[in-house]
Design a protein around this ligand. Structure first.
Ligand code: PYC
Length: 317
């Protein structure tokens, strides 16, 4: 009998959104720029990705984080994020999960890390209270108030913005951002995503617009806004979404509704909060997102060669 393969994983959640970190033993992606290695992870390792983040060893909402040696100068590590259907550019809640994992295994103490990602270098600072401030790649709004006729919703308008992933942000969706409304929110956001694709907004933006962010008023008066984010694999983000909050900050700044350094507290559908603000680094305005991850498990995934549903993985599809 051939021996089973084992993959060691570290699980955490950030404001309810899970991250599964692989520190060692991922596929060999070579040593090039992270964008090239992400393309290899996308094209050559679909079964490995699904094995890590889908049933029966996880659930489709899990975001995977493969830690790799960095390519960009001056970085401490590199990370490539992936989900149930593909790969991500950046992931704010995921960076917090990676930092908490590194703290958990004793590799880091409070302080700053420079992290190479497929969309650029980000910084993460682990604070003494266990929270993490992510200094993201530059965020920007590309298209403003794009009208879309959406099945079941009618006419809505959305901004196309980049926050490390591409977002279509809609405020006039007419829905309440409450947990009890989840089925209606899923239906609406999925219909918007289909229309975004049909209208070719990714082509116009110059990046993949594959996340929909429904925005609205906060439930808690201590916060400034609430969101519901639908990810490309049709899973919703339990956290306020770090890259989505970055995209929102860029829109607010462009509208003149948020000043540099002013804090925006963003709630998720489950009420978890990220603190966000825009501040300059070497003259460049960058989104800063603060939140906290908590470890949930440390485990070895077992890939039995006689398991008919592990066979794909063992062939390295
Ligand atoms: O926190 O940036 C984020 C994120 C992206 C997808 C899920 N979470």
């Amino acid at each position: 009998m051939a021996p089973a393969t084992r993959i060691h994983v570290f699980d955490s959640h950030t404001g309810g959104e899970p991250t599964r970190v692989v520190l060692e033993g991922g596929p060999d992606l070579g040593a090039g720029p992270l964008g090239e290695r992400r393309a290899k992870l996308l094209s050559g390792h679909a079964a490995w990705r699904r094995t890590l983040v889908c049933e029966p060893r996880a659930s489709e909402v899990v975001v995977g984080a493969l830690v790799v040696p960095p390519h960009a100068p001056g970085c401490d590590l590199g990370v490539i994020f992936f989900n149930n259907v593909g790969v991500l550019g950046m992931c704010g809640h995921g960076i917090m999960g990676v930092v908490e994992t590194l703290r958990h295994v004793g590799r880091i103490r409070p302080g700053r890390l420079r992290i190479d990602t497929p969309v650029g270098v980000v910084e993460a600072e682990l604070l003494e209270d266990g929270s993490v401030v992510v200094v993201n790649v530059p965020a920007r709004r590309c298209l403003r108030r794009v009208p879309l006729q959406v099945q079941g919703l009618g006419l809505v308008h959305g901004d196309v913005a980049w926050g490390g992933n591409g977002f279509f942000l809609v405020e006039d969706h007419g829905l309440e951002l409450r947990r009890e409304q989840l089925p209606a929110l899923m239906t609406a956001a999925s219909a918007i995503l289909r229309e975004v694709e049909r209208q070719g907004l990714s082509r116009q933006a110059g990046f993949e617009v594959d996340h929909v962010e429904l925005t609205g008023p906060a439930a808690d008066p201590a916060n400034q806004g609430r969101n519901f984010v639908l990810c490309p694999g049709l899973e919703w983000d339990r956290s306020p979404c770090g890259t989505g909050t970055s995209a929102k900050l860029a829109c607010l700044v462009e509208e003149g509704k948020l000043a540099e350094g002013q804090v925006w507290r963003q709630e998720s559908l489950i009420g978890s909060v990220f603190k966000g603000w825009m501040a300059r680094r070497e003259g460049v305005l960058l989104p800063h997102i603060q939140g906290r991850a908590h470890m949930t498990a440390e485990a070895a995934l077992i890939l039995d060669p006689e398991d008919p549903f592990t066979a794909d993985f063992l062939r390295g599809a």
